[in-house]
Design a protein around this ligand. Structure first.
Ligand code: PLP
Length: 375
């Protein structure tokens, strides 16, 4: 199979990740719950992953790294743990439903929001966000890279704008973690939401929340942490405050190996490889008059490893089915991001999304463009 659905989850995983997953599933005890050696070893492995993640994403300390069941969960922790009735939020018009649905749910509790239009020019995007701010704006949320169009958004500049007005800033790094350098502390990101299973090459059901000040958030779930068990109140110190219940130990071990893989391979190298494959595809598709491209040629400065298109007047699902029958895996439809599709007026037919990974090769891109040429 030619797998080009890496924006959904990366496949294949590096061998080191598969090994770490298998060994954690086979040889482990519950971390932080008991004092015997197997449990202690598991606790050490979790801490080691926390340290690696803190380093990679510029968290203030390992305790500012929270393990979660995924990026969606991380987004919910911020939106539901922070916002109160009367708060206003500004989001981009490229957000995933991992942001939009919890935010919409919070409108039932008196939260309001405004979607700011992402422009092709970053200055204009910043000015659209600035105009959307109100005196009640508590939080600005902007995805780092659009999961449909691959466009990189000016999150560092938006964070600086927020700092000027004393507003908190969250970025959804689902499509950028492992592809762009992220330093939460230097960039002034208050919250960074990250899945383990995409550009970090970990497994599904694991994620991270990097938080600048853990006291900003209330908990959205409570439970056993293995610490302070005499008290019926949730611990108020991180990470225990936010990590109730037995953690996804195999997922965290896989993430730890994934972080090593990304670090040793090099974020820049992974990104360049994906962009060179996408720009090759873009050139080939541009020469095909039947293909509709919506965005500019992918480049390293302003794009992540995702692009989308349509073919003639075919529905995107039909096109994906045609490719699937020929052994090519892509994702069609709306990609859980209806606003991003409204932006380019593709909300009716969706679009066909191509997302390579570090393991995709040039010949696979050539084959894809040839199959599309034959449609
Ligand atoms: N945000 C964006 C931009 C995404 O692309 C995705 C998943 O595709 C998510 C959030 C949700 O990630 P997860 O399904 O790992 O929770």
């Amino acid at each position: 199979m030619i797998y080009l659905d890496n924006a959904a989850t990366t496949y294949p995983k590096p061998q080191s990740v598969r090994r770490a997953l298998g060994s954690a599933a086979m040889y482990s005890a519950n971390p932080g719950r008991s004092g015997h050696s197997l449990a202690m070893k598991a606790g050490e492995n979790i801490y080691s992953c926390r340290v690696k993640a803190a380093e990679m994403f510029g968290a203030k300390s390992p305790e500012n790294v929270i393990f979660t069941p995924g990026c969606t969960y991380s987004c919910n922790m911020v939106i539901k743990g922070l916002l109160k009735s009367g708060d206003h939020v500004v989001v981009s018009d490229m957000e995933h439903n991992a942001v939009m649905r919890p935010l919409k749910a919070m409108t039932q509790r008196g939260v309001t929001y405004t979607a700011a239009r992402v422009a092709s020019d970053n200055d204009e995007t910043i000015s659209n966000f600035r105009e959307a701010l109100r005196s009640s704006t508590r939080l600005v949320i902007c995805t780092h890279v659009s999961n449909v169009w691959g466009i990189r958004l000016p999150v560092e500049r938006l964070a600086a704008l927020c700092r000027q007005y004393g507003i908190l800033f969250m970025t959804d790094a689902a499509q950028s973690a492992g592809v762009f350098e992220i330093n939460a502390s230097e960039s002034g990101f208050d919250f960074v939401c990250i899945p383990a299973h995409k550009g970090l090459y970990g497994t599904m059901g694991t994620g991270l929340l990097i938080v600048s000040d853990p006291q900003l958030l209330s908990t959205i779930i409570e439970g056993g942490t293995g610490s302070g068990s005499i008290s019926l109140s949730q611990p108020d110190f991180p990470p225990d405050k936010f990590e109730s219940g037995t953690p996804n130990y195999p997922g965290i071990c896989a993430l730890s190996a994934g972080l090593d893989f990304v670090k040793t391979t090099g974020i820049g190298r992974i990104h360049s490889k994906e962009i060179s494959l996408l720009s090759e595809l873009y050139d080939r598709l541009s020469a095909n008059r039947n293909v509709i491209l919506y965005t500019k040629r992918p480049d390293i400065r302003s794009c992540g490893g995702v692009m989308s298109f349509n073919v003639g007047d075919l529905g995107s699902e039909q096109c994906a089915e045609y490719l699937s029958k020929r052994g090519i895996a892509v994702r069609a439809g709306l990609h859980c991001a209806p606003l991003a599709h409204e932006h380019f007026r593709t909300e009716k037919r969706g679009a066909v999304r191509i997302a390579p990974s570090y393991f995709t090769n040039f010949n696979e891109i050539v084959t894809l463009s040839r199959v599309i040429a034959g449609m």
